[in-house]
Design a binder for this molecule. Structure first.
Ligand code: ATP
Length: 364
């Protein structure tokens, strides 16, 4: 197994366009690292540079303490699982899994059999070993691709959106399976996705990229609770964080629905800003009808018009439009375009406690 260190990695394509721009990430031995970001942010390019399928323009790629920039993919001892699985249709499941071992010289037939059977048992594929890929479900094919990665006893697993071709239910199952497998084997893993749930549930840490530039590397919890900038704040979380435009009056922020007091230090920092936004996650709102009156804060309790409500079974959200001066609306629209985010809108999304729903039903 191996640690992966990326030092100031750059990928420049012919026209001078930097798909990956000065990215440094340290992935510890045995760590599960997620690379996430919007389409085109450079996450696949970065993964392909780790595995050796893409030349590195600048910087150092260090795997297990060795610089591998000039090493061919086959000499890096990494296993990559692709989105389309890349299985051989004419070979059985057994032979598909055995394939990388047959490429290695000197692996005895007995050992091949043992390793394939072990991997198949881990992935619950034992009863399908003689089948061809065409006769397997999407999830089973995915597991065969993972089996092939396991038997190689590679130093690291690299996944490029491996679940995006599966339906929602199977994706959930496979997510759990990948997580379990990684924990059992303890193999360093780098996993590219644009799926929020995968990013937040699978990895030990998540690296967020935007336009080739690394924004933040942190645990899922830290990303959620302490995003370093507006982009990460708006990208992580579904529905996204609300950004409420503020009118600053000394230490008081006048927001669309309520006012908020900030510390003198924060007030000083934001005094010179053109635009001040208060980031409030949907779940930080409570339905006042279900909060004990004695616990309500009169300063932040408000009435608002509900535009739309969404019921998702285990949660419910309400959309509350708000007014803002035309110049603020323009600023928000410009920022939204620049950051390519849905989060900056003149409406807030708030979660409604399921208690209030139950009470409504009871009242009805
Ligand atoms: P997605 O989630 O859509 O797969 P991504 O984050 O994985 O996106 P990459 O595939 O890494 O993005 O691409 C990063 C950027 O580099 C994109 O703007 C893409 O158009 C560009 N790019 C990728 N390959 C080439 C190439 N061979 N020549 C020029 N530009 C390229």
């Amino acid at each position: 197994m191996a640690a992966i260190e990326m030092r100031n990695i750059v990928k420049e394509y012919g026209d001078g366009f930097k798909a990956v721009n000065d990215v440094s990430i340290d992935i510890a031995d045995g760590e599960f690292m997620i690379l996430v970001g919007p389409s085109g942010c450079g996450k696949s390019t970065l993964l392909r540079m780790i595995v050796g399928l893409e030349d590195i323009t600048d910087g150092d790629m260090i795997i297990g303490g060795n610089r591998v920039n000039e090493k061919a993919p086959r000499d890096r001892n990494l296993s990559m699982v692709f989105q389309n699985y890349a299985l051989y249709p004419h070979l059985s499941v057994f032979e598909n899994i055995a394939f990388p071992l047959r490429l290695k010289r000197g692996v005895k037939e007995e050992e091949i059999k043992q390793r394939v059977e072990e991997a198949a048992a881990t992935l619950e594929l034992t009863e399908h070993l003689q089948r061809k890929p065409a006769n397997l479900s999407g999830g089973q094919r995915q597991r065969v691709a993972m089996g092939r990665a396991i038997v190689r006893q590679a130093d690291a697993f690299l996944f490029d959106e491996p679940l995006s071709n599966l339906d929602a239910k199977l994706r959930g199952q496979m997510r759990t399976e990948i997580s379990r497998m990684q924990r059992r084997l303890g193999t360093t893993t780098v996993y590219v996705t644009h799926d929020q749930t995968e990013a937040m549930t699978l990895g030990d840490r998540v690296a967020v990229l935007r336009k080739g530039v690394l924004q933040q590397v942190a645990s899922p919890r830290e990303l959620y609770e302490q995003p370093v900038n507006l982009f990460v704040a708006g990208f992580i979380g579904s529905p996204p964080m609300n950004f409420l435009p503020a009118v600053v009056e000394k230490t008081r922020l006048r927001l669309p629905f309520f006012d908020l007091d900030v510390s003198a230090e924060v007030a000083e920092r934001i005094a010179q800003c053109d635009l001040v936004l208060a980031g409030v996650r949907p779940e930080y709102f409570e339905d006042a009808r279900v909060v004990d009156a004695s616990k309500r804060d009169a300063g932040t309790t408000f009435r608002a018009r509900v535009d739309v409500t969404e019921w998702l079974g285990d949660s419910q959200y309400a959309y509350l439009p708000f007014e803002a001066p035309p110049e603020v609306v323009t600023q928000l629209a410009e920022l939204a375009k620049e950051l390519d985010t849905e989060a900056l809108r003149t409406q807030a999304v708030v979660s409604i406690d399921s208690m209030s729903r139950m009470r409504e039903n009871a009242d009805a």
